[in-house]
Design a binder for this molecule. Structure first.
Ligand code: C5P
Length: 238
């Protein structure tokens, strides 16, 4: 059965054991899982395959950023691994993103290709230091438009950027948003947050949620609470 959930649980764990332990406590028909740089560097494709055998769709969050040929080959490797979603850095440029999109277009059952625009950890001063003109929101919008033109299916964005991007990008362009916190959960180190219901209402397609679920005493109960909150929210997206 194909998972229909908008929730992607971020598996920010240092080793496979902890990731598999969390996966065993949640239902693969009710969420997807995100495997990022730390966990992948430690546990590799074998862990991704183990999680897929449990029935989970995997977002491989490795943010590829290299010359077009290398990124295209990495995307094909991710497709061979069978992941559901993969991402690249929009700052790699239009040719790099188009090469990734073309590589995946030649694959049966390709993963969704998503771009990262400006990292939310960067403020305007830091943007200037790398030669990018602030404000960040303008750069985010321009890079998202470039990604769409290159054939990328969507972007990762802050929940505070959803409204802006929904105004300027086609309806089918996917918005994947971390920085999500239910009212009942600690904000941790996230600063610019929205609730799951508000993010969906504004037009997010997928919510990346880590600690509110992974650090909960009962992760499945936390997931169910978030599902209920989303179900009660009017949705503007598929
Ligand atoms: O635990 P928490 O819900 O804060 O986890 C959010 C996840 O989304 C982490 O894996 C984090 O690296 C990722 N992320 C983020 N902000 C971004 C991009 C990715 O929090 N701008």
């Amino acid at each position: 059965m194909r998972c229909e959930s908008k929730i992607i649980v971020a598996l920010d764990f240092p080793a496979a054991d902890a990731a598999l332990n969390l996966a065993a406590q949640i239902d693969p028909s009710r969420c997807r899982l995100k495997v990022g740089k730390e966990l992948f560097t430690r546990a590799g494709p074998a862990l991704v395959e183990s999680l897929q055998r449990l029935g989970f769709d995997i977002f491989l969050d490795l943010k590829y950023h290299d010359i077009p040929n290398t990124v295209a080959a990495a995307c094909r490797a991710a497709a061979d691994l069978g992941v559901w979603m993969v991402n690249v850095h929009a700052l790699g440029g239009q040719r790099m993103m188009a090469a990734a999109a073309e590589a995946l277009a030649g694959v049966s059952q390709p993963p969704l290709l998503i771009a990262v625009t400006i990292l939310t950890s960067m403020d305007d001063a830091e943007l200037s230091l790398i030669g990018l003109q602030p404000p960040a929101a303008a750069r985010v919008q321009a890079l998202a438009e470039l990604a769409a033109a290159a054939g990328v299916a969507g972007v990762v964005c802050s929940p505070k950027e959803i409204t802006l991007l929904r105004q300027h990008l086609p309806d089918h362009f996917l918005l994947v948003t971390p920085g999500i916190r239910p009212l009942w959960s600690a904000s941790d180190d996230q600063k610019r947050i929205k609730t799951p219901a508000a993010a969906i209402r504004d037009g997010s397609n997928y919510l990346v949620i880590g600690r509110p679920i992974t650090a909960a005493d009962n992760p499945m109960s936390a997931l169910e609470l978030i599902e209920a909150e989303i179900a009660a929210a009017p949705s503007t997206s598929e």
